[in-house]
Design a protein around this ligand. Structure first.
Ligand code: B12
Ligand code: SF4
Length: 561
């Protein structure tokens, strides 16, 4: 297909994520498939204290910003909204989906044929890893792996043209304890996709060819892009969507060097493997402004672990990071091949015993394209009877594990999340504590330079901004341990940073009010939240002129239940 084939006009493309509602049991989805990162698989057992964030379908905006076409991105549509948009007439309709959303994608393709019969259907995203997807979903083209090159090639545009990073918030809705977070959501930064480590179970590494495809290959690219985005959005905080950001140590070091030289103290929330963190050095992380780190700890034992964790003292690493004000999300895998009901508790206790700010537990899930999937397929272990909607790792095992029949896996998951909450208290409490610990350490550090002074100020601000939530946790914590911890921490913070003052006291009252309203809402109507539909339109030509495409965003009514 060529733009010129459209009678001299640029192609008209609709790129859509799958339709909602999300996180409900219906003909198209399951209640476990929430459109939320934390409440879905991290803080899900923390009741009112769970973190509630919605993230956009980032890939779609990258595609839109990098093809020369009139593109509309439709994020979180309802089925009806998708049909309304289809009727506007399109040359191409691209559908992005992951494996648990297979049925939704198939329904959307059916709707395209019905309401926009002239449009070519292009499938993309992790769902395309499903074997024989072109026979299972009505379509004209499938793009597997990195999509910008693929879509450009499909449109006969230059696949190697420079990549433009769109300006986007990393989250749409952010609340904890029912309290909307103050300030702007962090910016999104996607330095690249994939990871070279190729751990056997990891579908993101395998989907992108066990390689890393950088969108921003150098520290200079990262720095300049970060400056452009921070200036456009008015915040220095970044959520870095890169599977293993610190793996390219030289790039991260160059970024730090440029930040210090130009005095741009950005803050970063990143994902990285333990070996990459150690190679970069944890004190460098403080200088870089990393304040949140997601680490795949996976398991305590040798059988359950991977080369990325070899020789790593996980408890010491987590402690050292939190002492430096870096919140840690440690993820672990449950019902692995070596697990039995007798030994799985040891891995749960190990993860909980790390005392990270947040813990993610996931069931071992063999996803197509991974080495794990191929091995289990060969051994006849895959559960072909299990519908794709259930392949999400938060309830049933998608393979036959002799030691965990029936609902045993779900029970262990529930137990693991419960244990973490009861032993370590709410993640919000832990994150306030981490920020305070980081501030204390820098405050006591002799010979601190001006750059570290800036980092120290940020940690003090974070501690102050988040500490009003302690007023709620000290009354409504999960147990007496948490209530006492919250009270003690409030006192320590007041002693070190000064009492809350009039504004701080008013904030505490407001936070208590929000939290009470949220608890009531949960009791009366449950806690399901639906993301609002977002429509973003990109004009052709912006790329040709090398102009970064800003995203004019229009929020439509939230598809509430
Ligand atoms: C952000 C994210 C989310 C967000 C979703 C935001 C949204 N609006 O969809 C949240 C947190 C809500 C979420 C939830 C879930 N997620 Co999720 N999520 C991710 C994550 C971390 C990042 C995705 C991302 O933005 N990457 C950056 C962009 C640039 O890359 P990309 O999306 O892959 O897009 C590129 C290509 O795939 C391709 N592409 C994508 N779409 C399209 C469309 C077309 C037409 C074309 C041509 C190309 C194309 O081009 C893009 C540029 O190269 C990935 C892991 C990862 N690191 O990729 C998991 C991941 C996608 N999630 C996954 C899963 C399973 C889930 C959940 C079921 C939860 C769970 N149990 O883990 C739920 C389901 C929610 C739901 N109802 O749909 C799996 C998918 C597995 C699979 N094989 O299908 C992944 C890979 C994680 C994993 N390793 O298991 N998720
Ligand atoms: S280090 Fe992390 S991102 Fe990389 S392959 Fe292993 S699990 Fe995947």
């Amino acid at each position: 297909m060529k733009p010129s084939s459209m009678a001299g006009r640029p192609p008209r493309i609709l790129l859509s994520g799958v339709f909602g509602p999300f996180g409900v049991d219906d003909a198209f989805g399951r209640k476990e498939n929430l459109m939320e990162l934390f409440h879905n698989q991290v803080t899900k057992a923390q009741g009112a204290a769970s973190f509630r964030f919605h993230h956009r379908s980032f890939g779609l905006y990258f595609l839109a910003a990098n093809v020369d076409a009139d593109v509309t991105v439709l994020d979180f549509p309802s089925r009806e909204r998708f049909v309304r948009e289809l009727r506007k007439g399109w040359d191409v309709v691209g559908i992005s989906f992951i494996m648990p959303n297979f049925v939704k994608a198939r329904e959307m393709a059916r709707l395209v044929r019905l309401h926009a019969p002239a449009a070519k259907i292009v499938l993309g995203g992790h769902g395309t890893a499903i074997e024989g997807i072109e026979e299972q979903i009505e379509c004209d083209h499938v793009i597997r792996g990195e999509g910008i090159r693929g879509l450009r090639a499909f449109l006969h545009q230059d696949p190697d043209a420079p990549i433009v990073h769109p300006v986007l918030p990393s989250a749409q809705r952010e609340s904890i304890l029912g309290v909307p977070l103050l300030g702007k959501p962090a910016n999104l930064l996607v330095p690249g996709v994939g990871c070279v480590n190729a751990c056997r179970f990891c579908c993101t590494s395998h989907f992108f060819g066990r390689a890393y495809t950088p969108f921003l290959p150098t520290g200079k690219d990262l720095f300049e892009t970060a400056c452009r985005i921070a200036d456009a959005r008015g915040t220095d905080e970044f959520f870095v969507m890169d599977e293993n950001f610190l793996k390219d140590r030289d790039r991260a070091s160059q970024l730090l060097e440029l930040m210090e030289r130009h005095r741009r103290p950005f803050g970063f929330q990143v994902f990285s493997s333990a070996e990459a963190i150690q190679a970069f050095g944890i004190d460098n992380l403080v200088r870089l402004g990393v304040n949140f780190l997601w680490i795949g700890v996976e398991s305590a034992t040798r059988e359950g672990n991977y080369a990325k964790n070899e020789g790593v003292d996980a408890p010491a690493l987590v402690r050292a990071l939190r002492d430096r004000g870096i919140s840690v999300l440690a993820s672990g895998i449950l019902c692995s091949e070596h697990h039995t009901p007798e030994n799985i508790g040891r891995d749960i206790d190990f993860l909980v015993g790390l005392e990270p700010d947040l813990v993610q537990f996931m069931l071992l899930t063999p996803l197509p394209v991974t080495g794990l999937y191929r091995d289990m397929q060969r051994d006849g272990l895959l559960r072909e009877d299990l519908p794709f909607e259930e392949w999400h790792g938060q309830k049933e095992l998608s393979w036959r594990h002799p030691a965990f029949p029936g609902d045993q896996a779900a029970r262990w998951l529930e137990e693991a999340f419960r244990r973490d909450h009861e032993v370590n208290s709410s993640s919000m409490y832990r994150m306030v504590e981490t920020a305070f610990r980081g501030w204390q350490r820098l405050a006591e550090m002799p010979g601190r330079d001006a750059w570290l002074d800036l980092r120290m100020e940020r940690l003090a601000k974070r501690t102050r901004d988040w500490s009003p939530t302690l007023a709620v946790l000290s009354r409504h914590g999960v147990n007496e341990v948490e209530r006492q911890r919250a009270r003690a921490l409030e006192l320590r913070i007041a002693a070190a940073l000064g009492p809350p003052g009039v504004t701080g006291t008013a904030l505490r009252i407001a936070v208590r009010g929000f939290a009470a309203a949220w608890r009531l809402r949960m009791r009366m109507v449950g806690d399901v939240l639906q993301p609002a539909t977002i429509v973003t339109r990109y004009k052709a030509g912006a790329i040709r002129r090398g102009v970064p495409v800003a995203a004019p965003v229009r929020h439509l009514a939230a598809a509430s239940l």
